[in-house]
Ligand binder design. Structure first.
Ligand code: FDP
Length: 321
């Protein structure tokens, strides 16, 4: 294990501004701390509801709040961070110093998995700060402008998967608390026989999505001429990680339950960082099979979108269903 490249070594060798490296190192440290609380669970009194709802009107879990505090506290003392924004906070939180970067995060993705000891994760997006004293509007940059994106997956192993725009690398947390490179140059096969969607919403989907899933479910006897497998971890981090490891598609489409909402997932905290990682691994990340998530001009911080991402040829099949 000792001759593996550590995250520190990787960042030191990276052709990137020192201030960006400092942001990534701080985010990675915060993820180690979050991992500690997640794995202590009931021992740390960290399970269950916090008793509050967040800006999205969703019930906050204690671990959502704890993870948000860890990330906020760790990042705001990093001299390279000008301000942060989070799925769990109503508006941005500026640092009390000028900095080069804005950091957005979903502190604990898949929080419905917390109390059943199933995988959860942290998602982080890093943007360049356009001004010395950034305001909320400064965060509204298309995902294509991200300087870096990463997620930590708190699963059977704890992993950190990172892109700074030159491919995707995965680091595994060792028992002595170091991120060590275990997955170099992660790529997604363009073809797949695996899809991920919450099937319980089937009756609410648009006709196109119904047609696509219908075709996939018919297997060798249907229009696709092959059998498919289905997986749904109900934590986007874990579903996206599976796709980065062995291909597949992840779909969270618009549905009729709340027709005025484009989708469930958040553009700035989930869509953009995951789209950056997926595209860097050779996959496609879209809202509907064709519109690239990274090209969307955000209108507000907590904007929601539909998501269809993963193996490139399968996303094309989704678009043409
Ligand atoms: P959660 O609501 O548990 O935080 O972020 C939203 C998210 O999880 C994703 O991580 C996950 O993919 C999806 O929602 C799960 O949605 P369903 O509850 O519809 O399965």
């Amino acid at each position: 294990m000792t001759d593996r490249i550590s995250l520190e070594d990787h960042l030191a060798a990276l052709e990137a501004p020192e201030s960006l490296k400092a942001v990534l190192a701080a985010a990675a440290r915060a993820c180690v701390d979050i991992r500690g609380v997640v794995s202590d669970g009931a021992l740390a009194g960290a399970l269950g509801a916090s008793g509050a709802v967040n800006v999205q009107d969703e019930e906050q879990k204690k671990l959502d709040v704890i993870s948000n505090d860890i990330l906020t506290d760790t990042l705001l003392v990093c001299p390279a961070v000008a301000a942060v924004a989070s799925e769990e906070m109503e508006t941005i939180q500026p640092a009390d110093h000028a900095g080069d970067y804005l950091v957005l995060f979903d502190p604990l993705d898949g929080s419905s998995n917390i109390d059943i000891n199933a995988p959860v994760g942290t998602i982080v997006s890093v943007l360049k700060a356009p001004t010395a004293a950034p305001n909320e509007a400064d965060f509204l940059q298309p995902g294509r402008q991200q300087a870096a994106a990463l997620y930590a997956l708190y699963g059977a192993q704890t992993m950190l998967v990172l892109t700074t725009g030159s491919g995707v690398r995965g680091f595994t947390l060792s028992s002595d608390g170091r991120w060590l490179l275990t997955h170099d140059a992660i790529t997604i096969d363009p073809d797949t026989k695996e899809f991920a969607i919450n099937m319980s919403n089937q009756r609410h989907w648009s006709e196109g999505v119904q047609r696509y899933v219908d075709g996939v479910l018919k297997g060798v006897d249907g229009p696709r001429g092959k059998n498919f497998n289905m997986r749904w971890v109900a934590a986007m981090v874990a579903d996206v990680h599976r796709i980065l490891m062995r291909g597949g598609v992840f779909l969270y489409p618009w549905d009729r339950r709340e027709p005025n909402k484009p989708g469930k997932l958040r553009l700035m905290y989930e869509g953009n960082p995951m789209a950056f990682l997926i595209e860097q691994a050779g996959g496609k990340a879209t809202t509907d099979g064709t519109e690239a998530i990274l090209d969307i001009q955000p209108e507000h911080l907590h904007q929601r979108i539909a998501v269809a991402l993963g193996s490139a040829n399968e996303i094309d099949a989704y678009a043409s269903a």
